[in-house]
Design a protein around this ligand. Structure first.
Ligand code: S3P
Length: 172
């Protein structure tokens, strides 16, 4: 059964560390809705941070749980949901989200993003052991997946509050 547009949950996608969680919380405040971080839900089911889930069980176990969790979240109405940066690489997740939710891609330039690497590296298993060139290649490769078919938020030029307002205003 179709969810009416005004009740659809909002899903935020984009590369690691672009601000999906921070901006998502701000949108939730503005719209008086609940915020859910898909990564936190995954971590809660294992009782471990993402980096340890990768280490202990392997990435495929993380990805499988990620799909299950996001499927459950997509079926809820009126939520603000942030996804991990790798979620949209799974076609099933892309389809579910595009079908049931309103998806926004938080776009940040490589120049702005690379200033944040040192803050992210310890907690992001996907970045570990990679050279800067390899990380840049991943960044570019994923950009082409994220930007297909979704509303893009120009995060470079916006403060957190402005990015949240940009999304809220575009719903009107
Ligand atoms: C991942 C991004 C992380 C987390 C996991 C894998 C990725 O989420 O899901 O470490 O593959 O890009 P954030 O985008 O919130 O950092």
């Amino acid at each position: 059964q179709d969810i009416p547009l005004r009740q659809k949950s909002i899903v935020l996608i984009g590369f690691m560390g672009v601000g999906k969680t921070t901006i998502g919380k701000e949108i939730a405040k503005k719209l008086f809705r609940d915020f859910i971080d898909a990564d936190q839900e995954i971590e809660a089911t294992f009782g471990l941070p993402a980096s340890e889930i990768f280490q202990t069980y392997g990435e495929h176990v993380f990805r499988q749980k990620e799909k299950e969790i996001i499927q459950g979240l997509c079926n809820q109405k009126l939520k603000i949901i942030s996804l991990g940066g790798g979620a949209f690489l799974q076609e099933d997740i892309r389809k579910m989200c595009l079908d049931k939710c309103i998806v926004f891609y938080l776009d940040l330039s490589w120049e702005s993003w690379q200033d944040r690497i040192s803050l992210l590296i310890d907690s992001r298993p996907v970045l570990q052991g990679k050279s800067l060139d390899e990380i840049k290649a991943l960044f570019e490769e994923r950009k082409s997946i994220y930007q297909d078919h979704h509303s893009t938020v120009p995060t470079d030029q916006l403060m957190i509050d402005e990015a949240a307002s940009y999304i809220v205003d575009s719903l009107k």
